[in-house]
Every structure is written in C-alpha cells, then in structure tokens.
Design a protein around this ligand. Sequence first.
Ligand SMILES: [Zn+2]
Length: 206
Amino acid sequence: MDFSSKLLENAVNEMSQLPGIGKRTALRLVLHMLKQPERQTEELSHALLQLRGAVQFCKKCHNISDTEFCEICTNPKRDSSLVCVVEDIRDVMAIENTGQYRGLYHVLGGKISPIEGMGPQDLTIASLVNKIRQGEVKELILALSSTMEGDTTNFYIFKQIEGMEVRTSTIARGIAVGDELEYADEVTLGRSILNRVPFEGTFNTH
Ligand SMILES: [Zn+2]
C-alpha cells in the first residue's frame, strides 16, 4: 500500500495490528476518523489510555475490574460456595447475560495450549487450587469451551483438585463441540448451566 502521507501510514499500520483488522479496513477506519470531529478521536484515545493505565484484575476471581475486588465477588447476594471456571471476561459476560447464574467466577486468563506456548503456570490455576483448599467452595463448574484445549484444561484442573472436598461439574453440552462460549445463545447457555452434570462422567478414563 502506497501512502501519500507518513502520518496516515503510521496510523494505518498501528490500527492494522489489531486482530481481524487488515490494512484495507485500517485505512477505512482511519479515513472515517478524519471525517469525524477531532474530539471523537481524542475521546477514543483517552478511553484506551485510561483502560490500559487504570484497569485492575479482581484479586479474588481475576476478572477485569475497576476496583480491587469486582462487583460480582463483592455482591452479598451471590453464592460464594459455587464457582464457575471460565477462560476470560467474555465468558463471564455471556453467562451473566443468561441471568441464570448466582455463583461466583474464576477467570483463568486462557487455556492450556502447547502450540501457543500456554502452560498451567501462565494461567490462574494455582490461585484456583488455593481457593478450593481453603474450603469455602462447595461446587466447581468447569465451563471452558469444548475444544481440545478446553478439555485439556478442564482435565488438568480436575486432576489438581482430586481428593479435595469439592464437587466438580461441567456445563451440559447443549453447546456443540468447538463452539466458543461467547457465541452460544443465551437460552442454551442458561439451560446448560442449570442442567450441569458431574465432570467425572464426561471423559474417558482409558
Ligand atoms: Zn471478582
């Protein structure tokens, strides 16, 4: 792509670093911004900088939060004996949208994936195991997507907490294999949380 302006080229290059944004889309977005009032670009930049500078992760569930402990963890109406293990904040949002779940979450920050160089130590698994050891959690719902990485991660966690005083369940698979949680429709997802099944029954032991 040949640019008549170095400034334009820089902006397009930066924008095209984002996932799913090619050079053409980046150019379209940048030209769109130039047509809008300058204030709009300032507000976008300001929001992003503020997010990067001030964002925190809840010390209890590792969800993105504006405060030390997130609104879900500090809500006295939530059932703290029930913890749902998810990959990231998008899953929390998807499950919250169903309106069917009153427990807490534990956000792992990814899935075990040797290909992407993601091991158990890169996730918040140790903090999860600690939480279980402290004994407040009565049931752990493993709700990672049913991809190979999701299954591996579920199984790894299950092995880590084997023998501890906690029930382990998984969301009923009305959700097709390979579907990411965030794309499951709310009714299906809500139902699968209510109809969760013991995790032991969902994998082959040989
Ligand atoms: Zn929290």
